[in-house]
Design a protein around this ligand. Structure first.
Ligand code: FES
Length: 332
């Protein structure tokens, strides 16, 4: 945990003022609070000041104190308490906050810190040579279930590996941070189980967990993930096998196979490599074909349990609307 102090005077600007748009926004924001409680706007106003200038300057803290008629020390207390406020200039394209609290630490936060040290600067709060990137270690950011994770500005990037963090850093360094989708960076929907739902998936109120709490089922994850867990390698599955589903050339319009629960970006990519591009193809798989794909993906029966065929039939017939009609919920 770092000591949070204001930046040295040498880097502090002499004055701060919200620009015209932010001034109007600040006035509206203050009005949202009851009379006499306007000071509750301190956090949004400090955040807006940070978004405007890239960090929270001493002059901005003084400005907010005047706007809210607050003692300066009270605004200082807020600004120096929350790690969301940057008290020194940070990278212009990204300031990476690496969570180092226990769940993230146990799941690899140290390796993420090493990436930041290697790619940005050995010390936190120092920018890289071009001034575009900086990093720090922070305490729990509330996404422990998807540890390890980082936060950049207001977005979190979760379920990280050092390699994925390198890719995210590359994107921000190139000014293309918006090409990375925040949230889990693996086949996981928000904080749901990796690979898709495991409970209450029958949609009839009498649902029972499809994935029994058996050791074998605990290992029912995509091949790529299974490999991470030191499982026995999958049995070799021949691409020449007669039960391999028929491939087609890539059509002009490719269905979004990720709408099928259990299919994430990685699995969708593998299916495309196999020449599977449409819901109609999946919907038409016979038992032997399903077993071949299941074996190829090392899914251990997952395709049957998640009933890909039923899902694909609904999606092929009427897209999301039909899926909702059949399953009582949106796909994925
Ligand atoms: S411990 Fe890292 S987000 Fe909670």
């Amino acid at each position: 945990m770092s000591v949070r102090r204001l930046a040295e005077d040498s880097v502090q600007p002499a004055a701060f003022a919200f620009n015209r748009e932010n001034t109007a926004w600040a006035k509206q924001t203050i009005k949202k609070y009851p009379k006499g409680r306007e000071q509750s706007a301190v956090i949004p106003l400090l955040m807006r000041a940070q978004e405007q200038d890239g960090w929270v300057t001493k002059a901005a803290i003084e400005h907010v104190a005047v706007m809210l008629d607050m003692p300066l020390i009270r605004v200082l207390e807020v600004a120096t308490f929350y790690t969301q406020f940057q008290l020194k200039p940070v990278g212009t394209r990204a300031h990476i906050q690496v969570c180092g609290t226990t769940p993230c630490m146990l799941r690899g936060a140290e390796d993420l810190k090493k990436v930041c040290q290697h790619r940005i600067h050995h010390e936190p709060f120092h920018t890289n040579e071009s001034g575009t990137l900086s990093w720090e270690e922070v305490e729990c950011l509330g996404a422990c279930v998807n540890a390890p994770m980082i936060m950049v500005f207001k977005d979190t990037y979760e379920d990280l590996t050092p390699e994925r963090l390198e890719e995210i850093i590359d994107a921000f360094e190139a000014g293309k941070g918006d090409t990375i989708t925040p949230g889990p960076q693996i086949d996981r929907y928000f904080s749901a189980p990796e690979g898709g739902a495991t409970t209450l998936i029958e949609g009839n109120g009498a649902a029972k967990p499809k994935r029994a709490a058996k050791a074998a089922d605990a290992a029912a994850v995509p091949a790529a993930s299974a490999a991470k867990q030191d499982e026995a390698p999958a049995k070799a599955v021949s691409l020449e096998d007669k039960n391999r589903p028929a491939a087609i050339d890539k059509p002009a319009v490719v269905d979004d196979l990720e709408l099928i629960s259990g299919v994430g970006p990685k699995i969708a990519g593998i299916l495309h490599e196999l020449g599977i591009y449409t819901f109609a193809q999946v919907a038409g798989w016979k038992k032997a074909e399903r077993e071949w794909v299941d074996g190829y993906l090392n899914f251990k029966g997952r395709i049957e349990r998640d009933d890909w065929v039923k899902q694909a039939k609904a999606l092929a017939k009427g897209g999301e609307a039909e899926y909702i009609k059949v399953f009582g919920k949106k796909p994925r």
